[in-house]
Design a protein around this ligand. Structure first.
Ligand code: ADP
Ligand code: MG
Length: 279
């Protein structure tokens, strides 16, 4: 069971916006060698705005209907951008399937990240149209791309400071994102992480964590999405954003209540001080 010093550190953390689930997590937080971080909702607000789009009207109705069934930040932005759509012609008995880290599908209609539309004939035509520094999703019907939607998101300022703070402690910070190469490199440069990996599927995020662990590194992972939950569960220290999906929060050892990565750095320092007391 936890020592009084550990319990007091947990309670200090809780007062400062970080819930550490148990003594072991509190005592081991300071052993972290590498911190993997998701992008959307973690380093950024996950509050997207639609910048531009080109989707046929009837299919846009389908897109909005489908995204209403998803909780992804991109889905929320699309639903907010296109209000008062007409759903009369839509077959609502057909299920909407969400593919974590990729997009949504309903019958012949697919919405999701461009890199998943492998071999679609008109892909390059649409890739040429979009500004690659923006998060972009493609819309396809019957294996043909029929449109795109480009969105923007904003970086959390406190994330930039926190990343620098972890690096000062000798911790490497690596961005793992499902988004495209251009968006990933732009965010990586702005937040000044040590490295980044774009186009990550949920299982890719796990692979990077397992690789660090094989190299005897204690790996932390911070994320917010359903797609991050498996990685959070596999990390030595899983950290979820408080606004994250419930499955991410359940999978994590640590929860950052108000999404401020600076609070995680604060808890790291608590853990460091704690270990000087109990060792
Ligand atoms: P991140 O790792 O940056 O948090 P995700 O893994 O959640 O990103 O999503 C990766 C990509 O998958 C998004 O950039 C988007 O292209 C696509 N995607 C995921 N969910 C949806 C959705 N509901 N609608 C459209 N595209 C989606
Ligand atoms: Mg995310």
């Amino acid at each position: 069971s936890a020592t009084p010093a550990t319990l007091s550190a947990i309670s200090n953390g809780a007062k400062n916006g970080v819930l550490v689930k148990g003594g072991a997590a509190m005592e081991s937080l300071n052993t972290m060698d590498i911190l993997y971080s998701d992008k959307t909702g973690t380093l950024t607000f996950g509050d997207f705005r639609v910048l531009n789009y080109e989707v046929p009207e009837d299919i846009l109705n389908e897109v909005v209907y489908m995204e209403q069934q998803s909780n992804h930040p991109i889905a929320n932005a699309i639903v907010a951008a296109f209000e008062n759509r007409n759903f009369k012609g839509i077959d609502t008995s057909e299920p909407v399937e969400e593919i974590a880290g990729q997009g949504v599908r309903k019958g012949a209609i697919e919405i999701g990240k461009p890199s998943t539309f492998i071999g679609y004939p008109d892909k390059n035509y649409y890739l040429d149209k979009v500004v690659e520094e923006n998060t972009t999703i493609f819309v396809a019907k019957s294996n043909e791309i029929v449109g795109y939607i480009s969105l923007s998101d904003e970086i959390r300022n406190e994330a930039i400071e926190a990343v620098a703070g972890f690096q000062k402690e000798g911790i490497q910070v690596v961005l793992l994102t499902g988004d495209n190469e251009m968006v990933a490199s732009k965010v990586a440069k702005e937040v000044k992480v040590n490295d980044y990996v774009a186009n990550c599927l949920p299982e890719d995020k796990i692979k990077h964590i397992l690789k660090s662990q094989r190299n005897k590194k204690v790996a932390g992972m911070v994320g917010d999405g359903i797609n991050d939950a498996p990685a959070l569960a596999n990390a030595d220290i899983g950290i979820a954003m408080g606004s994250g999906s419930s499955v991410a929060i359940e999978s994590a050892d640590v929860v950052i209540v108000k999404n401020d990565l600076g609070k995680l750095l604060y808890s790291y320092h608590l853990s460091k001080r704690l270990n000087r007391i109990i060792k």
